[in-house]
Design a protein around this ligand. Structure first.
Ligand code: SAH
Length: 352
């Protein structure tokens, strides 16, 4: 049997094509897009301005897949981690971070991940599959309906590598920012990549307003290779050139993410080299003391040492912040998201 397609994976333009193929008028696309992304219904049957026969025809080949929150963990800092079940039984995690400026949702882009970064829990069991655009959209809407508030910012920093799932990821951006629907400001999206060079360039050429974050984590190829297998494929120099191209093409400043691992990448010399890289890209630097995961022995740089590194960068006139880490107590922080909470037991841990 042919698998039904998720209506929420269609961009507006793709819906127009769909209705044309069905022999329907183009304005039907606008009506359906409005139901999906403004009224946010999850049932084709609820689209009451479509005739019953059209709804029936749509349902023959289409569904709306919801990511079902099978568990919501609430951190002492009000961060909420959603354990979401997909229609095929796979599990992904989504995190809500409440800030003064609004609600930020951190979405996953893949079930698992094949990038293999040594410090990250999401990659431990490898990649299962990429998420569809609709499954990315659904994570945002699921959180909105849980808290009954609008989500103002989306970061694509959960499980997975968004640029390893490029078409679905860019469709997601097109859908969630579309003014005829959810209308999230493009500037309110940040996507993080471990550095897939050709895709960084391709993304630049799409000229979205989104912020690109590069997971740098080490300042030389030699060191980067020790913790990030992707560094074997794309040398740092090419990655940085691609990022420079992104900035020059879009006018959007890159963020360099730098996880501080005690005794590995946190010397003054590292800070100086990091300053050079940041200057080359005119980038902002985000220092993140590495979050512990139980399979690995990486330890975070002590707070006072992290502050000293920040000061060093500032002396070098670099725009730098230390990330305020949220949701660690529920394994909801960077690098702590996993795909199989049942098998792995992150619930037990979080409650312990
Ligand atoms: N695949 C993308 C996005 C997912 S990870 C990427 O690599 O950028 C989001 C961020 O969390 C990345 O910067 C990642 O390197 C970082 N991260 C992963 N594990 C971490 C950990 N244990 N502690 C702190 N940051 C971590």
């Amino acid at each position: 049997m042919m698998e039904k397609k998720d209506l929420r994976s269609y961009t507006y333009d793709a819906l127009v094509v769909l209705f044309k193929d069905l022999g329907e008028k183009p304005f039907r696309a606008g009506q359906v897009f409005d139901w999906l992304h403004k009224k946010k219904v999850t049932d084709i049957g609820a689209m009451s301005n479509l005739s019953q026969s059209l709804r029936d025809r749509l349902e023959e080949e289409h569904v709306i897949h919801v990511t079902e929150p099978v568990k919501v963990l609430v951190s002492s800092d009000a961060t909420r981690k959603y354990v979401h079940r997909l229609h095929d039984g796979n599990i992904i995690e989504t995190v809500l971070l409440k800030y003064d400026f609004g609600n930020t949702v951190c979405i996953s882009s893949q079930v698992g991940c094949r990038m293999g970064c040594a410090f990250c829990a999401s990659t431990i069991d490898g990649l299962v599959r990429g998420l569809s655009a609709g499954e990315m959209v659904s994570q945002v809407y699921s959180v909105e309906s849980d808290i009954n508030e609008r989500v103002s910012h989306v970061v694509v920093m959960g499980s997975g590598e968004p640029l390893d799932n490029f078409e679905a990821f860019t469709d997601f951006v097109d859908i969630i920012t579309d003014k005829r629907g959810n209308d999230l400001g493009g500037r309110n999206i940040t996507a993080s990549t471990c550095g897939i060079v050709p895709k960084i360039k391709e993304l630049a050429d799409r000229k979205y307003a989104l912020t690109l974050a590069l997971s740098l984590h080490a300042v030389t190829d030699e060191k980067r290779k020790q913790i990030m297998p992707v560094a074997n494929r794309y040398p740092l120099d090419e990655v940085l050139d691609a990022c420079r191209y992104y900035f020059d093409t879009t006018g959007r400043r890159i963020t360099l993410e730098y996880s501080l691992i005690s005794g590995f990448n946190d010397t003054e010399a590292d800070a100086d080299e990091l300053s050079k890289i940041a200057r080359r890209l005119e980038a902002h630097v985000n220092l993140i003391p590495v979050n512990p995961i139980k399979e690995r022995s990486f330890a975070p740089t002590a707070r006072k040492d992290a502050v000293a590194l920040k000061n060093k960068l500032e002396k070098n006139h670099i725009n730098v912040t230390i990330r305020r880490e949220m949701g660690r107590d529920i394994n909801g922080a960077c690098g702590q998201l996993r795909r199989d909470f049942l098998k792995e037991g992150s619930l037990g841990e979080a409650n312990a």
